[in-house]
Design a protein around this ligand. Sequence first.
Ligand code: SF4
Ligand code: SF4
Length: 390
Amino acid sequence: MKTEFSLAQLADPDIAEADKILRACVHCGFCTATCPTYVLLGDELDSPRGRIYLIKEMLEKDRAPTEAVVKHIDRCLSCLACMTTCPSGVNYMHLVDQARVRIERDYKRPLPERLLREALAPGRLPKPGPAAGQVFATLGRPRGRVALLQGCAQQVLAPRINQAAINVLTRHGIEVVLVKDEQCCGALTHHLGRDDDALAMARANVAAWGREVASGGLDAILVTTSGCGTVIKEYGYMLREDREFAAPAAKISQLAKDITEYLATIELKPSDGRHSDIVVAYHAACSLQHGQKITTIPKDLLSKNGFVVKDVPESHLCCGSAGTYNLLQPDIASRLRDRKVANIATVKPDMIAAGNIGCMMQIAGGTSVPVVHTIELLDWATGGPRPGSN
Ligand code: SF4
Ligand code: SF4
């Protein structure tokens, strides 16, 4: 795509980055077919290509965001299905993140919207729990040491998920640290366009984990909520212009791993087969499949550990959770949830597995089939309790 930024504009590193991204787009439109909002609404401006044009116009002309631009950018789920589909490697994520920051800075939203978005602001998120600073020793000979992100929403909604991760890890000789002074990862704040707040959280976490690396050593920083993992893997990019934090942030991003990504690198105990008749529908969270490109690992782990794993039709389409999206765009979110639940029902599962608490809550709101985290099933398979039994 031809761009017309001035040399003065290109001196801004963010604009230079946007220019690079826009030039990579060849208008082919392949991305439209896999974009959930285009599939539902059929409006080119609710497709990745349409949004790219809107962002280009806004940035190139250095215009304040219009109501129309805000409407179509707000409807984007940041699911990143478009990035998986794009043959030209267009980094839509970095472009839409810039657009959101500009909207947050330059657009005055109507009061009810502002109040709702303030209610989702970082100060309202739960702080990491009282367990911060705890170390969980291994059962048997230690062979590794990791930090486990405590998370904020997840620890309130489903503390059993991190408990299952601690069970599996310590059972396999991996010491687990819940790092003191860790904060919310900043993902929700980042997607709301509140860049200063999100960067402050990123810096605080880079510093806290950096201290732990220096004192006790860490093989990895493990994350059981893929929405958080995707953002932590982006810390290096987010802080690339920060002289003090750029290098440490890049190191932390390299250490960040989804729990399944890490478990695939160690030999798990043989499963006792108690659950070999359990049919599991695997829901691929967008942040895991599109954001982190982790597609087969969770399914392979579940299959190897005795579950009958079924793929869900239209698995590339978002369930509508998308961080705070289900609160900000409830109509589109519930249509996507109903479509997801109907697709899941076709494989007649006994359980639904996912790697992201937001998806789990969203899907559970539309089905009576138990929705569990992949790690809960792996805990069960390697000697832990059946999910839902404790
Ligand atoms: S991130 Fe998702 S909703 Fe947004 S443009 Fe890309 S495919 Fe569409
Ligand atoms: S698939 Fe990629 S190159 Fe084609 S229109 Fe979409 S973003 Fe542009």
